[in-house]
Design a protein around this ligand. Structure first.
Ligand SMILES: [Zn+2]
Length: 684
């Protein structure tokens, strides 16, 4: 390494990522160097002539691959949370090299041969389960990566992968740009009647920052959602709805952000990938590494759920229509009335609003309550600590086991801000693995877009935001409480995609436990915990419109699965036709003709949920059923918590998710708890 390399913080693996020092200019040289080192390690292993063993095949690759992962995780993370044009450029400039490296790795016949030899040797059976599993996953991924293909097809597959990675990144960028570019300024306060004060305060600060008077409305969630739910001004809601529903589409503000052509190309390329690998369609490829066995099984699952939810969804919508007609003077319910009318109906029926509840959830109480749940269930301790970060709002925490030993760390980046990708997610910064005598502990990024503090007051969260925080924290616990020592299957790695949401959705249940809520709430003015009566109303409201919500998941799940199986990208029919068909089959609520939801469906076109959107409900069955074990024994039972940690969280991808579930629950998953938690119980 020369001096310049020493100065590159992305190449410093002595501790945590040096987020305060990483600049866009560091990305390309670091990625180049780390890829070169990884390629050299692969070459050395591949050309080794000794009998293949774990120690001379998998082990020597762990460190160089881990370093590349760690550096790229930092770059990818920065690009998502403090996006600047320099950083985005650097990210895109290095992305093809990263993608090409992984494709080459997955297609390396020599390495594939070494792995096959290792797996066939008698010594393989004596390896621990995690190592065997990691090696079996490698063999599977070699096949899925095209290692067995003739040279020309292999090259084509690589080109397809690179183009797909680029298209996905552009899809994301377009949605982010289209969301951030839109603003609507208001100078007449009467036009904002009904909008909650904290939202107005932030909108006012936004206008001021732009050197304008009045209020600036945006399409970012903490503004868009409350305006759609509370603004009495119907025309204003229609304006925002149109802007939101046409983001990144042919009807959006700029043709440069239209994701329509990208979708067509992405589907074509996914189909080509499947055909090259000898599968009928992309869904078949995706399901190879899933808990669900086939397209048929997934469609059956979704349709069964849809059938059970449909009467409840129809009832929900009929009630809303009747209420809007009678009480709000809305003869016809438009798409921009749905959230508003729903909020009014909910407020009337349950006599509380999200904004009222929000006063009970100041950030410090919520975090303390969340940590208490994890500490009680899993026998850990969470302490605030310090580390270099990318923004002043980011906090950092240590996780210790019962003996006080550090077992993991996480970053918490809570608030929405410009330049930060929307939504909430967890990502791995560092994976747990053994490196000689030493164990590298896992580090996690928890990213949310929650309401920020305004005017010197602490941030307060809606109950939905509290649930989001618990959800992402559940992913982080999966990453942090692993006991696996092989990077490829530690934490969330190697876990089947459709089982990944089990620990996160499981955590959400605690947001509905009376004791948990009482301990993590304190009214911002009085300090009073959430009153019993209010909690009871919230609980009753929990099942408000769950039929509609589940139907929406079923609709998107059917759309996604059929788009990646039955749909022919070259067949002349537009992808929108598949969405329309799914809507005709299950949807209960009509859509606006201009609705371009598909063009901002990042989960399926830019994220990892292609042919996998069903997994939210699939995992919901698992998590509801897992939680029912706690309902039987007491929600904060350390005994059940310990078993959940031992059999599910600690195991990561080291064995089948179904095996882990059965080991914890004592039987295969059942759908009953999901239906019961959603109030969908038909009287016998
Ligand atoms: Zn999740």
């Amino acid at each position: 390494m020369n001096t310049a390399d020493h100065d590159n913080p992305l190449l410093d693996f002595s501790g945590l990522p040096r987020f305060d020092a990483i600049r866009a200019a560091h990305v390309a040289p670091a990625v180049e160097l780390l890829i070169a080192a990884a390629r050299a390690a692969v070459d050395a292993v591949a050309s080794d002539s000794r009998p293949a063993t774990w120690d001379n095949v998998a082990e020597p690759l762990e460190e160089p691959l881990d370093r590349l992962d760690r550096a790229w995780a930092a770059v990818q993370h920065l690009n998502a949370v403090v996006s600047t044009s320099e950083l985005r450029e650097a990210y895109h400039a290095s992305l093809p090299a990263i993608t090409a490296f992984h494709t080459d790795l997955a297609q390396d016949l020599r390495l594939f041969g070494r792995y096959r030899e290792m797996a066939a040797a008698p010594a393989f059976a004596t390896l621990d389960a995690a190592r065997r599993r990691a090696a079996e996953n490698e063999l599977r991924d070699f096949r899925l990566g095209g290692a067995e293909l003739p040279a020309a097809q292999k090259a084509r597959l690589k080109a397809v992968d690179e183009e797909l990675a680029d298209l996905s990144a552009r899809f994301d960028d377009n949605v982010l740009d289209a969301t951030n570019a839109w603003a609507h300024y208001i100078t007449d306060a009467s036009e904002l009647a009904g909008v909650p004060d904290p939202v107005l305060a932030e909108a006012e600060a936004g206008a001021r920052a732009d050197g304008r008077a009045g209020w600036k409305l945006t399409l970012r969630m903490p503004c868009y959602l409350p305006v759609m739910s509370y603004a009495d001004n119907r025309a204003l809601r229609a304006t925002l709805h149109h802007a939101y529903a046409t983001r990144a589409s042919d009807l959006g503000a700029s043709p440069a952000w239209d994701n329509g052509p990208l979708i067509a190309r992405i589907l074509e390329l996914r189909r080509e990938t499947a055909l090259l690998l000898g599968f009928a369609h992309f869904a078949a490829v995706a399901l190879v590494s899933r808990m669900a066995g086939s397209v048929h099984e997934v469609l059956d699952f979704l349709r069964d759920l849809g059938r059970r939810a449909e009467p409840f969804a129809r009832r929900d919508y009929a009630e809303l229509q009747a209420f809007a007609r009678a009480e709000l003077g809305l003869a016809d319910l438009a798409p921009w009335d749905l959230a508003y009318a729903s909020e009014k109906l909910k407020a009337k029926r349950f006599a509380f609003s999200e904004q009222e509840v929000r006063r009970y959830f100041p950030e410090h109480k919520v975090l303390a309550g969340l940590f208490r749940v994890a500490e009680t269930l899993y026998g850990i301790a969470i302490r605030e600590s310090r580390a270099p970060t990318w923004h002043a709002d980011v906090r950092f925490f240590d996780v210790m086991d019962a003996a006080g030993t550090l077992i993991g760390q996480f970053y918490l980046d809570s608030y929405a801000r410009p330049g930060k990708q929307g939504g909430a997610w967890q990502d791995d910064a560092v994976n747990r693995r053994r490196a000689g005598a030493h164990v590298q502990h896992p580090v996690s990024f928890i990213t949310c877009n929650l309401s920020a503090p305004t005017g010197g007051a602490p941030a307060t969260f809606t109950h939905d935001e509290v649930i989001t925080l618990f959800h992402e924290f559940g992913h982080a616990l999966h990453q942090l409480l692993t006991r696996v020592e092989v990077a490829g299957v530690s934490g969330i790695r190697g876990v089947e995609w459709d089982a990944v949401e089990l620990p996160s959705q499981f955590m959400e249940n605690f947001c509905w436990e009376r004791d948990v809520l009482a301990a993590m709430s304190a009214h911002v003015d009085t300090g009073e915990p959430l009153p019993r009566a209010l909690f009871d109303r919230m609980l009753a409201a929990r099942n408000f419109q769950t039929g509609l919500a589940i139907i929406r998941y079923v609709e998107f799940g059917l759309f996604d699965m059929q788009l990646h199986s039955a749909f022919d990208p070259g067949g002349g029919e537009p992808p929108q036709a598949v969405l329309d068909a799914a809507r005709r089959e299950v949807a209960v609520v009509p859509r606006a003709p201009y609705d371009r939801f598909m063009q901002s469906f990042t989960h399926v076109f830019a994220g990892g949920y292609a042919a996998g959107y069903y997994s939210y409900q699939w995992a919901e069955v698992l998590s509801a059923d897992a939680f029912s074990a706690f309902e039987e024994a007491g929600a904060l039972s350390p005994a059940i918590g310990g078993r959940f940690r031992d059999e599910v969280l600690a195991r990561g991808g080291s064995r089948d998710a179904m095996e882990s579930f059965v080991a914890f629950r004592g039987r295969p998953p059942q759908i009953d708890a999901l239906l019961r938690h959603n109030g969908m119980v038909v009287p016998a």
